[in-house]
Design a protein around this ligand. Sequence first.
Ligand code: PNS
Length: 160
Amino acid sequence: MTRVVCPGSFDPVTNGHLDIITRASYLFDEVVVVVLVNDAKKGLFDTAQRLDLIRRSIRNRPNVTVDSYAGLLVDYCAQNDISAIVKGLRAVSDFDYELQMAQMNGNLTGIDTIFIPTAPDYMFIASSLVKEVARHGGDVADLVPPAVLAALDESYGHQH
Ligand code: PNS
């Protein structure tokens, strides 16, 4: 059985993340979506909210579970019998950093990283840009799942 991890900050989860998670769920027996807690970076949503938004956005995927972890991703993988890390790759600009992380993680425990190319429709979506647009009242309805749209509206006090 192959269990993989889709790690990230997910502040908040976007349609781009959900596409990668869904495609990984077709390819592997089990997918664990892990919110990595980074105390140095205060986000918009706290860890419990991020987990809740992911759970509410992933429906009918019995082989996808959601978890959080404060520590090194490779340690989570070792403790949870994870075979590989799955990451989405948007553009060349993602590649340098993602390759560096993949090689660092590989160097730490030998774990491999598998890159899934982002679908063209989601290339430009990033949580940071979604938050910026939503903060100024822009329309992000096509970029995030309904639960996230509602949470953004509530955080920023906008209505659509
Ligand atoms: O969604 P992001 O912010 O691009 O995800 C980056 C993330 C959370 C996957 C990465 O920062 C990470 O793995 N953090 C956990 C701590 C860790 O293992 N750091 C070493 C990475 S080589």
